[in-house]
Every structure is written in structure tokens, then in C-alpha cells.
Design a protein. Structure first.
Length: 169
């Protein structure tokens, strides 16, 4: 993924998180960064990065955008195709791929804000892999998902109805 694609993608996710139902525009991003981070970035600078005219950003800009989007600054780079460092473990590589997959899933389920938001929350977790493994263990334990849902969200739709709906699709 190029730097420009990552920034566009993060604007999409941020728009969903803010309940807009659409990507945050470049201008909305500029205003939100100024308001929430107390620093400014120009809309033309963002446009240049997204279009690929400016393939790199300054460290200060990378730090500012990473804080705003709540991502690791290392995410905001355009790595060469096939780039690997020997110091990166397979698990860490898996974690990064999993986070990107989860964020892409959040876009696909934008019409279901609850599911989309959960996928984003999971991707932002330090160990999203462990979160998925935990979910698998919960689902493997008969009745646990229903009991947890009732305890954590009283009055939510019973899981048995959710299961019936899933089987009928």
C-alpha cells in the first residue's frame, strides 16, 4: 500500500468512526487536526501525498498524523514492494496484515456501523490476533457468547436470534 492509499484509507476509517457514513474530506481532516492536535497541515500537502506527487512526509507531519489517526508512525510510510527486515518476526508481520485486513473489513461493513466499529477497535488493539483467538474460544464454549452479551449489553438481541438469522442467509 502506498502512502497516499494509506492516508485515503485512514480518512475513510475516521469518517466512519465519527459517524459521518463517508470518508473525512481532506479539508475536514485539516480542520480536525488543527482543532484536536493544535497544529496545522495544509490541504494541498495532504492532496500531494495522496496523489503521489509528494511520496514522503516530514517526521513532524508523520508524528502529527499518527497521533491524529491513532496509528503507529511507521504505518505512514510507503515501503518498497517486497521489503522485509530480518528483525521483523513472522508474528509481527501477521499482526500488521491482520490489522490491515480488519480495517478493510470495517470499510466493507460500513452499512453496519456496529460491526464496522468493532473491526476498527480490534485493529487498533496492540494484539488484535489475541483478540480474535479469544473470540474463537468464546464461540467454542457453548452458551458463553449469549451469557457474555446479556451481561455486557442487557437487552441486546438474544444470540439465538442472531444465529437463526445467520443460518437463514
Amino acid at each position: 500500500m502506498t502512502l497516499g492509499e494509506k492516508i485515503r484509507y485512514l480518512r475513510e476509517v475516521e469518517g466512519t468512526l465519527r459517524g459521518l457514513g463517508r470518508p473525512l474530506t481532506q479539508l475536514e481532516l485539516v480542520k480536525a487536526v488543527r482543532k484536536e492536535q493544535g497544529k496545522s497541515i495544509s490541504q494541498s500537502y495532504i492532496s500531494q501525498m495522496e496523489s503521489g506527487t509528494r511520496p514522503h512526509m516530514t517526521q513532524a507531519t508523520r508524528t502529527l498524523l499518527a497521533r491524529f489517526f491513532k496509528v503507529h508512525p511507521g504505518f505512514l510510510v510507503d515501503d518498497p514492494e517486497g521489503y522485509h527486515t530480518e528483525l521483523v518476526s513472522d508474528l509481527r508481520t501477521t499482526e500488521g496484515k491482520l490489522d490491515v485486513w480488519l480495517l478493510q473489513g470495517s470499510e466493507r461493513f460500513a452499512s453496519d456501523p456496529e460491526v464496522s466499529e468493532v473491526l476498527i477497535k480490534l485493529a487498533r488493539e496492540k494484539d488484535s490476533r489475541q483478540g480474535l483467538i479469544l473470540l474463537g474460544a468464546i464461540l467454542d464454549t457453548p452458551g458463553l457468547a449469549e451469557r457474555l452479551l446479556e451481561a455486557l449489553r442487557p437487552g441486546a438481541a438474544p444470540a439465538s436470534r442472531v444465529g437463526e438469522r445467520r443460518r437463514s442467509q
